[in-house]
Design a protein around this ligand. Structure first.
Ligand code: ATP
Ligand code: MG
Length: 324
């Protein structure tokens, strides 16, 4: 069996970028019979940003519900909260930290980017890629489907696992990133990378009115209604084309180039496309967020299953470290 692993942080509500860049590709892979998938909520990672217990719990429920709503079969695969298996994840993190060159972390793009933007630049943010490496190697994952923004982190996971193996023997499985080049970094409402923590995201599970409002908040330039517009630099067009079929995209492109078609029209069309495309997902999401018992049951079962594997890896690692 090939093991596929993906985590999503509980730093906010799961958004269109997460769904197109990570959730849907991961679910597609989980449906192939040769694969077994580990999909988890990276709620330990989220502590680098979220310092409110209720908010963290609500985000965790939202992310977990999104996985299930998008069609993940939790019974056949592994579905868990990182925090419920914290002893294994954090123990392995320490072992890996001792194999990680300090400059590798200091030069991480994502750390630099976040430390420039955020007021709370904590050490957890700095060591974030090492916890991520531990998340991956703990389950001997072979492939990690991620968005392009995670490319460097995955390189670091490989380097760290490789360094460990060079010191202690071939104990850890070296993971490979799976990056679908056709899925770009999805832009947020302000034009920069859509991120939970930048508050520029579109939550496709919002009630209709709020969803429309959020789509309407997408940045656009001041080209007048009657003038032709450049689809290739416009965020609304980009998002639309990522979800629409070829014919719909071609029509939208013509609308832009023709003029007389405003950004307001395009945003309305994008909103309608989201509602149509994710109709079933939106319904299921509401079911899981309302019936927290059903959600909790799936997670608890998944956590028991995942713990068995994690325990085994930790035992192997402890042995080679000289701790048995
Ligand atoms: P945060 O702002 O807290 O880092 P995030 O929105 O970047 O949150 P993550 O939990 O860090 O989301 O990432 C989860 C997965 O979603 C990763 O595989 C990542 O590559 C993917 N992803 C996140 N944002 C985007 C985006 N804008 N476009 C494509 N994929 C994305
Ligand atoms: Mg991120």
């Amino acid at each position: 069996m090939t093991r596929i692993l993906t985590g999503i942080q509980a730093t906010g509500r799961p958004h269109l970028g997460n769904i197109l860049g990570a959730i849907l590709p991961a679910i597609k892979l989980s449906q192939q019979s040769k694969n077994e998938s580990f999909l988890f909520i990276a709620d330990l990672h989220s502590l680098t940003a979220v310092k409110n217990a209720e908010e963290l719990a609500a985000n965790t429920r939202a992310v977990a519900s999104a996985w299930l709503a998008c069609g993940f079969d939790a019974d056949k695969n592994y579905f868990y909260r990182q925090s419920r298996l914290a002893q294994y994840h954090t123990e392995l993190t320490w072992y890996l930290l001792c194999q990680t060159p300090y400059p590798m972390l200091a030069n991480a793009h994502s750390f630099k980017d976040k430390s420039d933007r955020l007021s709370d630049v904590n050490a957890g943010l700095f060591t974030y890629p090492v916890l991520q490496a531990a998340d991956i190697v703990l389950y001997h994952a072979n492939f990690v489907p991620v968005g392009k923004d995670q490319k460097q982190h995955l390189e670091m996971s490989k380097d760290i696992a490789g360094a460990f193996n060079r010191t202690y023997g071939e104990v850890l499985t070296i993971p490979e990133p799976l990056i679908d080049e056709s899925v770009m970094v999805i832009p947020g409402t302000d034009g920069s990378k859509m991120s939970k923590s930048y508050n520029n995201y579109i939550d496709i599970f919002l009630p209709e009115k709020q969803l429309l409002k959020s789509v309407k908040s997408i940045i656009s330039d001041s080209t007048p209604l009657e003038a032709p517009k450049n689809p290739d630099t416009d965020v609304t067009f980009k998002l639309f084309s990522l979800m629409a079929d070829e014919a719909e995209t071609a029509t939208m492109r013509e609308n832009y180039l023709r003029g007389g078609y405003g950004y307001g029209h395009a945003k309305q069309a994008l909103y309608e496309l989201i509602c149509k495309k994710f109709e079933k997902e939106r319904e299921l999401y509401n079911y899981y967020t309302e019936d927290t018992e059903a959600l909790e049951k799936k997670l608890k079962e998944g956590e028991e299953k995942a713990a068995e594997i994690a325990r085994q890896t930790i035992a192997e690692v402890r042995k080679v470290l000289g701790f048995n």
